[in-house]
Ligand binder design. Sequence first.
Ligand code: ZN
Length: 193
Amino acid sequence: MNIRSIVVAAQPHVCRLRASSFRSDLHALKVPKRSVLGSAARFSTNRIVKLEKIAKTSDEWKKELTREEYYVLREKGTERPRTGKYDSFYPDTGYFVCAGCGNPLYSAESKFMSGCGWPAFDKCFKGGVDIEVDNTLGMRRVEILCGKCDGHLGHVFEGERMTPTNERHCVNSISVKFVDEPIPEGLEEAKVV
Ligand SMILES: [Zn+2]
């Protein structure tokens, strides 16, 4: 192999390294991401602990997730109402984690009966989720994403007066997994908006 062929062979590797270090720089600076829709903005309003983000390619996620999980978590899909396995599931103890990465999101105590057809929570673990607010088309839509892997969870609805926190996290069952164990120490709960 001559020098020219060695340089050519090495270039894709160098490019990949540069791309990944640029991505981690963006996270370190907490530069807000812009939605493809143009006017949405990402916030981490109740973050007390900065989570290290998980960045995987679409192919990597496809290998780890079921087709349904990939559709909801990575393509922002929505499961049909009243079909999710946690819709009518109200445990007394335990907590829910992200189905994509295991990040703790919601306590069993925060789950309430909203009648909307999807699991509903009135608060989350601090720092567990990020929100992305989209004010396009004259509507306010607040998307909730896993604070660690950016997986799509659902949307937050405010001002419905269903519980004292006055916010409803409408979450796809597919996006979460229930853990029947005590809540890990150090996690606190709060509203996200
Ligand atoms: Zn996650």
